[in-house]
Design a protein around this ligand. Structure first.
Ligand code: KG4
Ligand code: ZN
Length: 345
């Protein structure tokens, strides 16, 4: 089965073509970073307006580079949630309209299932069962994954997501949106242990996360830097960035190991925007090697939002016969555990 996939849950517009036999044939993406930078974060209404302009040309681009005509498309998958409702509706309305016009089935996909399946685009997919650490701008979850659609949430964040901790700290350090990659870049120039930040929830048992306290610690440290002589400030900002990254990474690594122990599993998938972080990858690799754990990641460009991951999930479900049933094609909130295995509808 050959399908088209569309992603528009936040500030990336994307389209991809995926074939059951040949795998990913193409993917095209437009990031709205420049559009939102002026405001220091995503402005939902602007995101929706831009998705409307970008999606059709991106679909054309994806079809063209896959050397596929619309008539060869046998199904359309789109991100139905969770995300910004206006942005989601742009993708879902377009996907469902095209599906009607092309007389093919459509299916709304859970954005987080897309992230979970992104490493399956690599030559060696992660075997089931495994534990997944899903770390993005909106979510921080540890999940026991027994198979497609068989998800049990082991722990999640009580407040900010890991990506949010990066983004908000970056803002406090005067870095432009989106802060995660910028903060990681600044951290490369930092000196270790010049600052001391809390490791949230590490001292307690369990698999829950909490990152909002870190933001407060960074705010205080960043304010203190302003009192230093101007020539010392850049170095101190880099020190803070490094220590913030260390605190988040150590928490993610230790909790992931805890989840593997609790489930008696040896395979870990790390996905979502923050899985692009090189310090997280290095420290996770070290800890995993000591314990004989295999870790799987998406390639860098598929860590952050993209349509290729929606295509993988869409293909798995559409080819099993699953179809859209509800009239409304978007949900701002949607529980991952409610998904279930793909079934013909
Ligand atoms: O998965 P994603 O593209 O969007 C959501 O579904 O939320 O994740 C975006 C998040 C942002 O918070 C961004 O700052 C963070 O991922 N991020 C990073 C890095 N690259 C992206 N955080 C830390 N280090 C990075 N290299
Ligand atoms: Zn995402």
């Amino acid at each position: 089965m050959r399908i088209l996939a569309i992603e528009s849950s936040c500030d990336e517009s994307a389209a991809a073509v995926y074939d059951g036999e040949q795998g990913l044939l193409s993917h095209a993406l437009f990031s709205q970073i420049e559009l939102h930078r002026l405001y220091g974060g995503v402005v939902p209404e602007l995101a929706s307006r831009d998705h409307i302009q970008r999606l059709l040309p991106l679909i054309d681009e994806a079809l063209e580079s896959a050397k596929t005509s619309a008539s060869a498309i046998e199904g359309i998958a789109y991100t139905a949630g969770p995300g910004l409702i206006g942005a989601l509706l742009c993708g879902s309305a377009l996907a469902r309209s095209l599906a009607t016009a092309w007389r093919v089935p459509s299916l709304g996909i859970h954005h987080l299932e897309g992230h979970l399946l992104a490493p399956q685009l690599e030559p060696e997919p992660a075997p089931y069962p495994h534990v997944a650490l899903l770390v993005s701008g909106g979510h921080t979850l540890l999940i026991e994954v027994k198979g497609l659609g068989r998800y049990r949430i082991l722990g999640e964040t009580r407040d900010d997501a890991a990506g949010e901790a990066f983004d908000k700290s970056a803002k406090l350090l005067g870095l432009p949106y989106p802060g995660g990659p910028q903060l990681a870049g600044l951290a490369q120039h930092g000196r270790l242990r010049r600052y001391s930040f809390p490791r949230p929830m590490l001292d307690r048992p369990g698999l829950e996360f909490s990152f909002s306290g870190l933001k407060t610690a960074v705010r205080q440290a960043a304010a203190a830097v302003e009192a230093l002589p101007a020539e010392h400030r850049p170095q101190h900002r880099a020190d803070i960035a490094l220590e913030l990254q260390e605190a988040v990474v150590e928490t993610l690594v230790r909790k992931s190991l805890r989840a593997l122990e609790a489930t008696d599993l040896q395979t870990l998938v790390v996905s979502g925007g923050v899985s692009a972080n090189l310090s997280l990858r290095a420290q996770m690799a070290k800890a995993a090697q000591q314990r004989g754990v295999r870790v799987y990641y998406p390639r860098q460009e598929f860590c952050t939002d993209n349509a290729a991951m929606i295509a993988v999930a869409g293909h798995a479900r559409l080819s099993a016969g699953e179809r859209d049933v509800s009239a409304m094609g978007a949900r701002a909130r949607w529980s991952l555990e409610s998904l279930g295995v793909p079934t013909a509808t």
